[in-house]
Design a binder for this molecule. Structure first.
Ligand code: NAD
Length: 254
């Protein structure tokens, strides 16, 4: 099965959390991975760990909301590995607040990173994918897309990514490029730890609360999302496009 073997992948926000798990999973499947992050030290640590496991990876430093930085990172990746076939738009931030307290900066930063970031990375990456006649664009939405208290900015951005994904699927399909989104539920990372602190609880309590309600009776981990990414990224998944896959232990059913 070809899967992602010998493909070149770019994982944004790959320096920790879900992106780190995705980078490891794609590398284990034989992909050459660009681990892109605002935090180059973290990206380097992840790339080095992949290489220590026998995989191929390079660390890339960029702010996904800055066109010149994304272009330079993609140029570096293509220069190193000779192409770009798989893009995972995973970089993200939260600036949670109730609507009446949300600042312009809270709103703008979340839109810039999630929406402009996915736009710039996809636009720059699709040229290389089109040249190869093969591409996979996978964007990280969220169960929060359907609404979540304190996340007017984030919910809007995450639902925006679903519309973005469906439009890319229509536009890029004829060039061999699929576009899909994943909507994770609770996944234990630095981001969910920060959310727990904001609402005055702990990550352990948050995980227990999720585990006591979701149908599969556990919290999610980055490997759960990496598994879904590996499915969408695989060569065999070429007839799957424009989809949003909720990977949430069934929480959307409740
Ligand atoms: P995280 O905070 O642990 O990691 C996010 C990474 O993105 C960090 O390494 C950070 O440095 C990087 N990043 C932030 N802004 C950036 C920028 N402008 N340019 C480049 N890199 C940048 O978060 P996570 O939990 O691993 O989340 C990953 C993605 O999954 C995000 O898009 C998030 O919204 C989404 N998500 C997470 C959960 C969850 O429960 N953890 C649920 C649903 C969706």
């Amino acid at each position: 099965m070809p899967g992602v073997q010998d493909r070149v992948a770019l994982v944004t926000g790959g320096g920790q959390g879900i992106g780190e798990g995705i980078a490891h999973r794609l590398a284990a499947g034989g992909a050459k991975v660009g681990v892109l992050d605002l935090n180059l030290d973290n990206a380097t640590t992840v790339a080095e760990a992949i290489k220590a496991e026998g995989g191929q990876a390079i660390a890339l430093s960029a702010d996904v909301s800055k066109r010149d930085q994304v272009q330079a990172a993609v140029d570096q990746l293509v220069g190193e590995f000779g192409g770009l076939h798989i893009l995972v738009n995973n970089a993200g931030v939260i600036r949670d607040n109730l609507l009446f307290k949300m600042t312009d900066e809270d709103w703008t930063l979340v839109m810039e990173v999630h929406l402009r970031g996915a736009f710039l990375c996809s636009q720059i990456a699709q040229k290389h994918m089109g040249d190869a006649g093969f591409g996979r664009i996978i964007s990280m939405s969220s169960t929060s897309a359907t609404g979540n208290r304190g996340q007017a900015n984030y919910s809007t951005a995450k639902m925006g990514l679903q519309g973005f994904t469906k439009t890319l699927a229509i536009e890029l399909g004829p060039r061999g490029i699929t576009a899909n989104a994943i909507a994770p539920g609770f996944i234990e990372t630095a981001m969910t730890k920060a959310t727990a602190e904001r609402i005055g609880t702990t990550i352990d309590q948050m995980r227990d609360a999720v585990a006591s309600t979701v149908p599969v009776r556990r919290g999610g981990v980055p490997a759960d999302i990496a598994n879904a990414v590996a499915f969408f990224a695989a060569e065999e998944s070429g007839y799957v496009t424009g989809q949003v896959l909720y990977v949430d232990g069934g929480s959307e059913l409740l």
